[in-house]
Design a protein around this ligand. Sequence first.
Ligand SMILES: NC(=O)c1ccc[n+]([C@@H]2O[C@H](COP(=O)([O-])OP(=O)(O)OC[C@H]3O[C@@H](n4cnc5c(N)ncnc54)[C@H](O)[C@@H]3O)[C@@H](O)[C@H]2O)c1
Length: 307
Amino acid sequence: MTGEFDGKRILVTGASGFVGRHLTRRLLDGGAIVTAVDVLPLPESLRSDESGRALEYRQLDIREESAVSAAVGSERWDLLFHLAAIASPRACAKDFASAYKVNVQGTFHLLQASSNVARFVFLSSSAVYGAPERIPIDEDHPRGGKDPYAMTKILAEDLCRTYASNYQRPCTIIRNFNSFGPYQEAEYVIPSIIRQGLTKHEIEIWNSEPVRDFSYVANTVDAILQIARAGGESVYNVGSGVGVRIGDLATMIASKIDRAMPIRDLRKEVLGSPKLVANVDRLRGLGWSERVPLSPGIERTVEWFRQ
Ligand SMILES: NC(=O)c1ccc[n+]([C@@H]2O[C@H](COP(=O)([O-])OP(=O)(O)OC[C@H]3O[C@@H](n4cnc5c(N)ncnc54)[C@H](O)[C@@H]3O)[C@@H](O)[C@H]2O)c1
């Protein structure tokens, strides 16, 4: 994709996060003029740019309306990718007030400041679907999510729609399933299993039965970029379209770590729906296909954790 975003002025919120840093790196390598926004410092992996261009970085809290307005409202942007969020469902449940302020009010501040943004791309979540009525889940599936994280994403999606319909803010919504890869925090299932595999003599999993849709982060970024290029006031699922049992995932990871390692199923209560798999037909219709399948994606992630 070299040169694909040549000269485009792009703002990424949540650029220091897991998906944000992969997306920002790809945009820089594709020739974009990127401004990164995050409440955390800029990560080391984004400080050097192979092409020699500097990344503009604004450390700010999206809960602060005046700071957002000053950073976003003063310039014209070809694209704004809004990823900043309290992205952990557990953290949202623990502190719903903070989740609301960041995920809902923060999104409101960004939309309000976006009169000079040609396209606003919002990273929502498969959590909005709640307990699915059908598998795989297509974008027209009702939004039944009721937990605090899901609710903040539903409200933020509706803010995007309101701004798109009433205030000329072209907006695209992406419902991401489960991305994995380097830089993901250890509380999520794949990094947690890899860490245990590398440091312990046994892998404990919460419950082996749930089925989830995992996507290596490079595929997620491919999808986000493809969707941004397509434009349009649409909603897109981003996932692999393939369901994997957590027990099978743990076995696969253990085999990559190459140590004879028992896997203990704690058989704890399943958090969320027993089965979540994306229908990615709409995304495929844009020409997207999975570049890094699950198995090599796991290998790359294990390698990164080893280092
Ligand atoms: N990773 C996934 O599998 C996944 C799945 C579904 C949806 N999503 C969504 O995609 C986006 C990116 O997810 P991620 O996994 O990279 O999450 P992440 O937690 O790694 O990154 C989120 C970033 O937002 C920043 N942030 C949090 N509060 C902020 C604030 N008040 N002001 C400015 N920045 C703030 C954090 O510092 C962090 O760098 C999130 O919106 C998340 O809800 C991710």
